[in-house]
Design a protein around this ligand. Structure first.
Ligand code: SAH
Length: 466
């Protein structure tokens, strides 16, 4: 699949600065499912064109799949070729700086609308013929689509779902990348990874400023979240929440409680409940949630009187902001607010603010950290913070085979750097326990599959109880 981005802004070669790619070179980024190759077929003052191709390893998609579905479906499909959620991941990973709206040398330009033209091909547009127009025109693009025949030699076979999409508009590069990131999988109507609560967060964050008022908002949200009703409901509520009264949250909370009671119980709830239980059972009073994200664990911890001090740490300011909103920090009674601290920090550096606590949790975070940074994380956590209790959870990669629609080799989230099998996690945990003098206990969270284990794996490290 091919994506090209072209500008006539002058000097057009500034596109290289905006994309953080030198136009004279070939660039390559390896991805969990293949690789992205990038270059600039044209780069002069008047016109500059950037091209990105994504190569998906078709064998990797099949290897290790759960038996059951037909082998044909595994091997004979368009995933390696058509633009899809793989392209979205490639945009987020290979063009991460531009995707975040940053530019080291041209920040002002990154924030300025410039003339941009885009081609994506081939792109599966499943649904009505004018779908691409309905999605992109309201965002100010001129849209052109070229339908491809199933087989040009056999016109009787009619049209395929594939089109070449061409968009032109004047907007910032970040806006353009964000629109593609969200809308390409919507056109394709599929995602290669498991869609859960995090996908709601991503959609709300990436949709900020354009999705709220989009005439096709409901359609986009439904497809982006694979029509999972609870997720769609939450995303729509958040995209339209603006000035709704605060107490409007109450029914939502009741829904959540109801959802939690329903079977099958949600994995995320189980995880938070089990981690809270382990922390509580240790008698800990002052606890740190490392990589707290939007504060799902913090909320559980605050609900228990046992914890006198609860600290959330994250590198993402946006997540901390969300955590503070979700926990309604500004309206919390003073005594309650005094128990909570939100800190901006990176877990791969020693941080004296985090020393002296009774326990630390690292819930679904380690897989977001590149493995070459693990030694730094391990020292910061087990040598310097060194709390008596550390609880780590991470996905069990083997279990992925049970997720519908998730090709082998793919990871549960676009931002995961890896996912461990049970043996890999166990060996990592044993190594750490041994090196830093902790006793280790391992367990699974969620429904256990006889061969593949539980969806989440957890390690409990305890110091001084060898
Ligand atoms: N623990 C939360 C969030 C998991 S998502 C939950 O289970 O809901 C992973 C989180 O780790 C993200 O919020 C991300 O910003 C954070 N993170 C990733 N790398 C980090 C690092 N090096 N230092 C601190 N936080 C990090």
């Amino acid at each position: 699949m091919l994506l090209t981005i072209e500008t006539t802004h002058r000097p057009a070669t500034d596109l290289g600065f905006l994309l953080h790619k030198n136009p004279d070179r070939l660039h390559e980024k390896s991805l969990s499912f293949g690789r992205a190759v990038m270059c600039f077929p044209e780069a002069d003052e008047d016109r500059c064109r950037f091209a990105l191709t994504v190569e998906v390893d078709p064998i990797g998609l099949v290897r290790g799949r759960a038996p059951g579905a037909s082998l044909h479906d595994h091997y004979v499909n368009d995933r390696p070729y058509a633009a899809s959620s793989f392209l979205s991941v490639a945009i987020a990973r290979a063009l991460n700086t531009a995707f975040a709206g940053r530019s080291k040398h041209r920040q002002e330009l990154a924030e300025t609308p410039i003339p941009l033209a885009v081609t994506v091909l081939p792109l599966a547009a499943r649904g009505s013929e004018d779908l691409a127009k309905r999605l992109f025109e309201p965002l100010g693009y001129e849209v052109e689509t070229l339908a491809h025949a199933l087989d040009p030699a056999l016109p009787d076979w009619g049209a395929s779902p594939y089109i070449t999409l061409r968009l032109e508009g004047s907007l910032t590069l970040r806006e353009l990348l964000t629109h593609l990131y969200v809308l390409v999988p919507v056109l394709d109507n599929s995602k290669h990874y498991y869609v859960d609560d995090d996908e709601v967060e991503k959609l709300v964050a990436k949709g900020a400023g354009w999705l709220e008022q989009h005439p096709e908002r409901d359609f986009i949200v439904n497809r982006a979240l694979k029509r999972r009703r609870r997720l769609v409901r939450e995303a729509l509520a958040r995209l339209t929440e603006e000035d709704e009264a605060d107490d409007a949250d109450e029914p939502a909370r009741q829904d959540e409680a109801e959802d939690a009671l329903e079977r099958p119980i949600r994995l995320n709830d189980l995880r938070m409940a089990r981690v809270t239980e382990v922390l509580a059972a240790s008698g800990a009073r002052r606890v740190v949630d490392l990589g707290c994200g939007e504060g799902r664990l913090l909320r559980e911890l605050l609900a228990s009187r046992q914890f006198e001090e609860v600290v959330g740490v994250d590198t993402s300011l946006r997540s901390l902001e969300r955590a503070s909103q979700r926990l309604k920090l500004d309206r919390m009674p003073e005594r309650q607010a005094a128990r909570l601290k939100l800190l901006h920090g990176a877990l791969t550096y020693r941080d004296r603010r985090l020393e002296g606590y009774d326990a630390a949790a690292l819930v679904e975070v380690i897989e977001h950290i590149d493995q070459d940074r693990h030694p730094a994380l391990e020292r910061a956590l087990f040598e310097f913070m060194a709390p008596p209790l550390v609880v780590v959870t991470t996905p069990n990669r083997e279990y992925n085979a049970l997720f519908e629609n998730m090709p082998a080799g793919a990871l549960r989230h676009g931002d995961h750097r890896f996912e461990w099998t049970r043996a890999e996690f166990e060996s990592w945990a044993h190594g750490v326990a041994e090196r830093f003098g902790y006793a280790l206990h391992l367990e699974g969270i969620g429904e256990v599959h006889a061969e593949l284990g539980a969806p989440t794996q957890m390690a409990i490290f305890e110091r001084g109880r060898q």
